[in-house]
Design a protein. Structure first.
Length: 300
């Protein structure tokens, strides 16, 4: 675990970023997935604006393929904290013919979120979207600035990002542009878990080991608790102890075998892991530059 001093320094940096967002933008929003990183953002926002309430809404782009445990936790958290939650559904974009549903063993709605997100940004005229992406997750995310400019089409160009020297954050944008903001960009997976422990925060139960009906495909562990994840008739379902390191779309997020039932056990497991937490996200494995291309198209 990181020391209290280190965690406090990361927290102070993130709080500074949140306050800069509030000072520089008119219509910010916090993108909320129900995962540990966005839950951490909510806690940081609470601290940044205490004793007042969080001064902007939460936005969830619901693929319709979320883990039920995550949705239940989202609704509970919003109710307990009295937060404003906006939900927009990928299914609506499918029904309108804006995007086409994928098919096959690795079909996912994850990439389809982009259209729904951009529509929501336009609908509410959000000028700053706060998210929980971290540089240690994936090499394309390592290129991001804290304030990451998107053009009027929601597209990202890594060559046109502004330098950020001495913690100076420049939020000036032209009409139609918006900024993606990453308050925990410099945190690591272990930093997030250290903060969750220090703050005694609740998170969805699927982050901890539990017995689950699963099946194996191509060396990955898939949930068989639902009808969303594609499964061939010859793929055998069994019950095993597993947990999830990340909670994206069910159809592209694999589990890991685990007996880690508490935070200390999870941290010990992460320390010896040879893959990143997104190593079980099949949407990142479609090609070498899969994440970067999605970001260029407007993905968060």
């Amino acid at each position: 675990m990181k020391s209290t001093v280190q965690i406090s320094a990361l927290e102070n940096d993130a709080i500074y970023i949140f306050r800069e967002v509030r000072a520089q933008f008119e219509r910010p929003v916090l993108l909320f997935s129900g995962g540990k990183d966005s839950i951490t953002l909510v806690r940081l926002a609470q601290k940044a604006f205490y004793p007042g309430k969080i001064p902007f809404p939460l936005l969830h782009i619901d693929t319709g393929h979320n883990f039920p445990e995550t949705i239940a936790f989202r609704d509970q958290l919003v109710k307990e904290l009295g937060l404003e939650l906006i939900v927009r559904h990928v299914q609506d974009a499918i029904d309108k013919g804006q995007v086409e549903e994928e098919s096959g063993p690795y079909a996912s709605r994850n990439s389809l979120q982009t259209t729904t997100l951009l529509d929501a940004i336009d609908e509410f005229k959000f000028d700053a979207c706060i998210g929980g992406a971290r540089r240690d997750e994936e090499k394309a995310r390592a290129k991001e600035r804290i304030f990451s400019i998107r053009d009027s089409f929601g597209q990202w160009d890594e060559k046109k990002q502004r330098p950020e020297l001495f913690d100076m954050l420049n939020g000036k944008i032209k009409l139609g542009q918006n900024v993606r903001v990453f308050p925990i960009s410099n945190w690591t997976e272990l930093d997030v878990w250290s903060y969750i422990r220090a703050e005694d925060m609740g998170i969805p139960s699927i982050y901890f080991a539990h017995r689950r009906a699963i099946f194996m495909r191509d060396g990955y562990i898939w949930s068989a608790n639902d009808e969303i994840v594609y499964r061939n008739v010859d793929e055998i379902v069994e019950e095993r102890w597993v947990r999830f390191r990340t909670v994206g779309d069910m159809s592209c997020t694999a589990a890991v075998f685990s007996k880690a039932k508490d935070i200390d056990a999870v941290v010990a497991e992460i320390r010896v892991s040879k893959i990143s937490e997104r190593g079980a996200r099949m949407d990142d494995k479609r090609s070498e530059g899969a994440m970067e291309r999605r970001k260029q198209q407007g993905y968060f």
